[in-house]
Design a protein around this ligand. Structure first.
Ligand code: URA
Length: 239
């Protein structure tokens, strides 16, 4: 048995807090009965309906770390017939990626069927650090680096990198390899940052997600997260 708001969050429908509001607003029904109290407990057999939508049951929780190859989209299906990241994981469960990497971006990607876990990691206020290695066109000037470090406004929201480093410069080919750590999760954010400095990203890989990297995993391969790793990641939830 678990609390109704937790069961709703675990299904991936929404966060625990929003689930609480939905219950208080009288939008949640368990086995056909409207529930408006937060203390209610439910079992896996109970049927939960919110705003007319029946929640999917999640049985065993699964957590994967994939070294995403290029040429895959971060979705569970694609109407254009492109390959999706879930094709790479051998499971019958309805897992989905935690956030997104672009079609051509490689590196650390988490996948799970635990909605609450995914919500914790994706919520901006929980500030999960992500480190990207980017090859960019051209060589950044000191002025541009200063602008970057102070924070660049992307669609009205300022992104201040937690860390930034030039890894190497290729003066002949006029490109540079940089490392940037951000807590932002907006789509295409790294490409937008460098685009705004007129140094488009040529190649992008996510080297680290929180404390996780892809060491020992070839491109396209995955492993299960350990219980300890899952516990540690859940601690990102702000108290
Ligand atoms: N930022 C991007 O621009 N692309 C990604 O895939 C991830 C972060």
């Amino acid at each position: 048995m678990e609390r109704l708001q937790k069961a709703i969050a675990n299904s991936g429908y929404t966060s625990r807090r929003k689930a609480e509001s939905l219950i208080l607003e009288g939008k949640v029904y368990v086995n056909g009965i409207q529930i408006k109290e937060l203390g209610t407990k439910v079992s896996p057999q109970d049927i939960i309906v919110i705003d007319g939508v029946t929640l999917e049951k999640v049985n065993q929780k699964e957590y994967y770390l994939l070294n995403k190859p290029r040429g895959y989209i971060c979705s569970v299906s694609d109407d254009k017939g492109r390959k999706v990241v879930t094709d790479l994981i051998d499971t019958n469960s309805r897992i989905y990626p935690v956030g997104r990497l672009d079609y051509d971006t490689t590196g650390v990607l988490l996948l799970t069927n635990d909605g609450e876990f995914a919500n914790i990691l994706m919520h901006p206020s929980n500030e999960v650090e992500k480190t990207y290695i980017a090859i960019i066109e051209g060589i950044l000037t000191n002025e541009e680096i200063n602008t970057l470090i102070k924070g660049i406004s992307i669609e009205g929201i300022k992104v201040i990198p937690k860390k930034f480093k030039i890894k190497s410069k290729d003066l002949e080919k006029n490109k540079e390899k940089v490392s940037i750590t951000i807590v932002e999760g907006r789509n295409h954010i790294v490409k937008k940052i460098f685009e705004s400095l007129n140094h488009p990203v040529i190649k992008l890989t996510r080297e680290k997600y929180a404390f996780l990297d892809v060491k020992g995993l070839q491109s396209g391969y995955y492993r299960h997260l350990s219980l300890d790793e899952v516990k540690k990641l859940k601690k990102y939830a702000k108290k």
